[in-house]
Design a protein around this ligand. Structure first.
Ligand SMILES: NC(=O)C1=CN([C@@H]2O[C@H](COP(=O)(O)OP(=O)(O)OC[C@H]3O[C@@H](n4cnc5c(N)ncnc54)[C@H](O)[C@@H]3O)[C@@H](O)[C@H]2O)C=CC1
Ligand SMILES: O=C([O-])CC(=O)C(=O)O
Length: 330
């Protein structure tokens, strides 16, 4: 066991995702079996009691890797010394709401938290934004975190990636472990583009194996794009355990690396790759090694994929312009 615990800050700790996420972090699923964890929970004042209750349950699990738990309603206090910050807390989408409606409601949260991260987090900070609209919230936090390197800010499209793996595995009747090179491009929204032209199942290109453009366009892509809304419709509240699991996967792979020969999807600040305007937080195929990620370069994009990526990126540009207009970009 490494001697000093890693501080992991989690916002929205008393929420539904928090309730799944914290137990997996404390069990070692995110940072590995040799890394003790100090959890630092941020909640709004009225939810501090509920966060205390979650902390009591965490205590009751007697997790060997759980070094300590602290709780605060002040972002600078909660982020002090954090090497990993999972920004989950925000107002979730409810029936009939689109992510655009959430921009203003959540913008203020992420300006404050961006500034607080710059003030008190550790030098090796890694940030994952889960709270929606995740890409643009990450952009707001990044642009308000003066002095923190931009590449430390990421947003979650791993749930979409995992949903795409599950849909393809089901259609091809192959285990998810046979699938490589799945990619989600663009925004974590209904415009996202889950790309099967680069995915492979057992070494065969997925689109060639399936060979059914009608399924691709009429079922696969819309199912993945609208899965969040389908879960809300079925469950009456948004995805929580699957979102928590995807957050664990995202940080795990960022810290421990992606398997040889494969990649994952992460929304990261664009370096201009694939024509995505620099600085937008957009989903790309990435590989991770030594605690850093790199956008996979040199992929040839067909016309079908290009048009869909452009549509999702156009939505990100609109969101960026909207929050810039609201004065939320530092
Ligand atoms: N990127 C993705 O793939 C996914 C994102 N989400 C998003 O994750 C977010 C959280 O979802 P749930 O846990 O289901 O929501 P929830 O409503 O159950 O929990 C949110 C928690 O955040 C807290 N909170 C609100 N403002 C805060 C602030 N300023 N600081 C700290 N905590 C604050 C609330 O008090 C609440 O406890 C939502 O925005 C949801 O849309 C959900 C699923 C997938
Ligand atoms: O759709 C929502 O509001 C929750 C979410 O992000 C998802 O499940 O992908």
């Amino acid at each position: 066991m490494s001697p000093s615990p890693v501080t992991v800050a989690v916002t929205g700790a008393a929420g539904q995702i928090g309730y799944s996420l914290l137990f997996r972090i404390a069990s070692g699923a995110m940072l590995g079996p040799d890394t003790p964890v100090a959890l630092s929970l941020l909640e709004i004042t009225p939810a501090l009691g509920a966060a205390e209750g979650v902390a009591m349950e965490l205590d009751d699990c007697a997790f060997p890797l759980l070094h300590s738990i602290s709780i605060s309603d002040d972002a600078t206090t909660a982020f002090a010394g954090a090497s990993v910050a999972l920004l989950v807390g925000s107002r979730p989408r409810t029936k009939g709401m689109e992510r655009g409606d959430l921009l203003a409601a959540n913008g203020a949260i992420f300006t404050t938290q961006g500034r607080a991260l710059a003030e008190s987090a550790a030098d090796d900070l890694k940030v994952l934004v889960v709270g929606n609209p995740a890409n643009t919230n990450a952009l707001i936090a990044m642009s308000n975190a003066a002095g923190v390197p931009r590449e430390r800010f990421t947003a979650m499209t791993r749930l979409d990636h995992n949903r795409a793996l599950a849909q393809l595995a089901s259609r091809t009747q192959r285990p998810v472990t046979d699938i490589r090179h799945m990619t989600i491009w663009g925004n974590h929204s209904a415009t996202q583009y889950p790309d099967l032209f680069r995915a492979e199942v057992g070494g065969t290109v997925a689109t060639e194996l399936v060979d059914d453009q009608a399924w691709l366009e009429g079922e696969f892509i819309p199912t993945v794009q609208k899965r969040g809304a389908a879960i809300i419709e079925a469950r009456g509240s948004s995805s929580a355990a699957s979102a928590a699991s995807a957050a664990i996967d995202h940080v795990h792979d960022w810290v421990h690396g992606t398997p040889d020969g494969d990649w994952v999807s992460m929304a990261v600040p664009s370096d201009g790759s694939y024509g995505v305007p620099e600085g937008l937080i957009s989903s790309f195929p990435v590989t991770c090694a030594d605690g850093s990620y790199s956008i996979v370069g040199g992929l040839e994009l067909d016309e079908f994929s290009r048009a869909r990526i452009d549509a999702s990126v156009a939505e990100l540009v609109e969101e960026r312009d909207a929050v810039a207009g609201l004065g939320l970009l530092g």
